[in-house]
Design a protein around this ligand. Structure first.
Ligand code: NAD
Length: 255
């Protein structure tokens, strides 16, 4: 059995690729020879990442894509498949943080937005991509959840509920699509230095990471991106339905 470790010529869609882990993932896919659809709610940031990748002589294009807009999802997936000649890999990465106490007046609005952006969007991107994935030689889906899907932080229930939903969606679709050779896995990042955590002071980051993670530090977006890309290799053909913490040992640590 020869299993390829090359992504050369694969076509990958990354949501929320204008910043943080999505941008790092787009860069790593491109460096591995994939054609990358760099999509983000913020078109300018997607274009900036695509420009930087293209400067390296690598293949990519940018789209503005709000993942809470199902019509736009269908349109952009169609445009990506038309431009690159198909779609092999979907990375559901776009995200927002959504802290909100349970008794806040804003709770229902935060809940609705969190579920739309962090969970509903995953199934909508996957459903739009499915006809193309079914034509791929090595179809791969990776959903980005969070360690908040496995444990929880106070006042983070909309986010934690959505991310736990992502792990359930991942397992269910892995089972449903497995016979077609489509793998569906999910990554649970721990504390990663991205746009989402930029407002946390460096000292507070350091204290948290020393107290809570085994490695004693925040992770870098590239350290998650490489795991995501590994799950998408043609050779990663027998891993599906998995929930993989990439968290510096946060979930492993009791004391
Ligand atoms: P980030 O803020 O750097 O990047 C998130 C990107 O998503 C941004 O470019 C933003 O414009 C985009 N986005 C937001 N709403 C969108 C929408 N409606 N449609 C399309 N794009 C949208 O944050 P990040 O940390 O790189 O986040 C990536 C993923 O990782 C998210 O799903 C997040 O929940 C998850 N995550 C992050 C951490 C962390 O510590 N940073 C930990 C666990 C999980």
């Amino acid at each position: 059995m020869t299993l390829s470790r090359s992504l050369k010529g694969s076509i990958a869609l990354v949501t929320g690729a204008g910043s943080g882990m999505g941008a790092a993932t787009a860069r790593v896919f491109a460096a591995e020879g994939a054609h990358v659809a760099v999509t983000d709610y913020d078109l300018a940031s997607a274009e900036a990442v695509a420009y930087e990748i293209a400067q390296e002589g690598l293949s990519c294009a940018a789209w503005g894509l709000d993942v809470s807009d199902p019509d736009r999802i269908r349109a952009v997936v169609g445009e990506i498949a038309a431009k690159f000649g198909g779609l092999d890999i979907v990375i559901n990465n776009a995200g927002i943080s959504a802290f909100c106490p349970i008794d806040s007046d804003a709770y229902d609005a935060v809940w609705a937005k969190s579920l739309a952006v962090l969970l509903t969007s995953h199934q909508q991107v996957i459903r739009a991509a499915l006809p193309h994935l079914r034509k791929s030689a090595a179809p791969r889906i990776v959903n980005i959840a969070s360690t908040e899907a496995l444990g929880a932080t106070s006042r983070d229930s909309p986010y934690a509920a959505a991310k736990a939903g992502v792990t359930g969606l991942t397992r269910a679709l892995a089972v449903e699509l497995g016979r077609e050779g489509i793998t569906v896995n999910c990554i649970c990042p721990g504390p990663i230095a991205t746009g989402m955590t930029a407002a946390i002071a460096d000292d507070d980051k350091a204290v948290f990471a020393k107290r809570r993670t085994a490695l004693g530090r925040y992770g870098q977006p590239e350290e998650v991106a490489h795991v995501t890309v590994s799950l998408c290799l043609p050779a990663a053909s027998y891993i599906t339905g998995a929930t993989i913490p990439v968290d510096g040992g946060l979930m492993a640590r009791n004391a």
